[in-house]
Design a protein around this ligand. Structure first.
Ligand code: ZN
Length: 435
């Protein structure tokens, strides 16, 4: 049975439930979801007396359920290139060097094949929304991958929303005119395109960052930056971005990925920057896998620092924080699987995150944190029945044992298999009114 109408006794994360949701023994009551034509018709505390026609309901018996997943920061253009490279020097700059050599052999077919594999893995993991960055090296020429990613966004439409960010080295925006020309090219390339930049102390140019935001404003583009991906306490990318967003009255949405440098700044400086970020609509994205691998990386020396941004302090200030995959099986990161749960599992250890299911699973589910406008929780009445149900995990050990899962898209199973125990009865039972 691939189209359940009632999903009963699901354990939902606390962040997704209304404040008045009843509890029992300190745990939120299990939930019943009622579906109709691929959408959520209603969500209510579990009613043990509810009966449905046989074969139309799954009884989850407390299995964990999340809305469709969001992977807010990936690099599909580079994915799966590691296997064909020689030795790669450690650290971020060594990885960039290896990538520059590999990309000389890229073709559209090569990029399409690697990115398609990534999207298939993401889809099977339960991802509904994926944002990829795309390296953009030249002020004039569009990178080969940009058009391939645009075609893939169309190929995957209806299964997965694919956004693409032009990842432009900051120095290309040193001239206002060049920044504007780049922004116009990005804006003209179709929906789902954003302006991005690599903002690092090695290429620091506050004027260029201003040009980037002015150009985005003029072309009505949202912005997604790699910011302060380094353990250098003098890095000014995030603080300057927050100030610019305020000063320019920037109307687009802004995402700042990495912001590792906050972790090595003195508390007063770092927290003042976060206070400034909290006054803007900036979303932070933390990338635990690559940060652990690339920060404080020197051959033959055990790393001493973790390289993560201040996720708890940001969360405490109400700043939206997403957790994402970043690089997968490329010179920046040899591991990874386009499964957001893998990034969360790493983040739980690296940042010592409490309540991974009830609190931090939100960092994998909030697509609204990537766009302008009002916040909207997923999985409300009327939203698509895009669900991920974990058949073997529980709220205490989460995200351990989350690999076995059933993925539903618009109420239909697209990956995994519902355990027989979810559909115990074959005898028709009268349906009680939901009213
Ligand atoms: Zn990245």
């Amino acid at each position: 049975m691939h189209v359940p109408v009632h999903i009963l006794a699901a354990r939902l994360p606390r962040w997704l439930l209304p404040a008045q949701w009843p509890s029992q023994g300190g745990q939120p009551l299990l939930a019943d979801l009622h579906l109709e034509q691929g959408r959520v018709r209603g969500l209510a505390p579990h009613d043990p007396d509810f009966s449905a026609p046989a074969g139309r309901a799954w009884h989850l018996n407390g299995a964990l359920l999340l809305p469709g997943l969001v992977d807010a920061h990936t690099h599909l253009d580079k994915a799966f290139t590691l296997a064909r490279m020689g030795p790669v020097k450690p650290g971020l700059l060594g990885a960039i060097e290896a990538m520059m050599v590999d990309r000389q052999g890229w073709t559209e077919a090569d990029i399409h094949a690697r990115a398609s594999r990534a999207l298939q893995w993401a889809y099977e993991a339960g991802t509904v929304h994926l944002r990829t960055h795309c390296d953009w090296w030249e002020p004039e020429a569009q990178p080969l991958a940009w058009n391939v990613l645009r075609e893939l966004a169309q190929e995957w439409a209806g299964r997965l929303t694919l956004e693409r960010v032009a990842l432009i080295p900051l120095h290309l925006c040193a001239e206002r005119e060049t920044a504007l020309r780049l922004a116009r090219t990005v804006a003209a390339s179709g929906p789902g395109a954003l302006l991005g930049g690599f903002v690092h102390s090695t290429n620091w140019n506050p004027q260029a960052l201003r040009h980037l935001f002015e150009a985005a404003q003029q072309c009505d583009l949202n912005v997604d930056l790699h910011v302060d991906e380094e353990l250098h306490s003098g890095a000014l990318g995030l603080a300057t971005t927050a100030a610019l967003v305020q000063e320019l009255g920037f109307e687009g949405h802004v995402v700042c990925g990495h912001t590792c440098a906050l972790a090595v700044q003195d508390d007063a400086t770092a927290l003042a920057t976060l206070d400034a970020v909290a006054r803007t609509p900036i979303t932070l994205v933390t990338l635990p896998l690559t940060n652990l691998l690339l920060q404080d990386a020197t051959t033959g020396r055990t790393p001493r620092q973790r390289g993560l941004t201040l996720v708890k302090e940001a969360h405490a200030r109400g700043i939206p924080v997403l957790i994402a995959s970043d690089n997968v099986q490329d010179p920046f990161c040899p591991v990874g699987s386009f499964d957001p749960l893998e990034a969360l599992a790493t983040g739980v250890l690296a940042a010592q995150l409490e309540q991974p299911f009830d609190r931090w699973s939100e960092a994998l589910c909030r697509a609204d944190w990537l766009r302008r406008g009002a916040r909207a929780l997923p999985l409300q009445a009327g939203s698509a029945a895009d669900l991920v149900i974990f058949t073997q995990a529980d709220a205490w050990g989460f995200p351990s044992r989350t690999q076995p899962r059933v993925v539903l898209r618009q109420g239909r199973v697209v990956s995994g298999q519902a355990p027989a125990a979810w559909s115990p009865s074959s005898t028709p039972i009268p349906v009680r009114s939901l009213a």
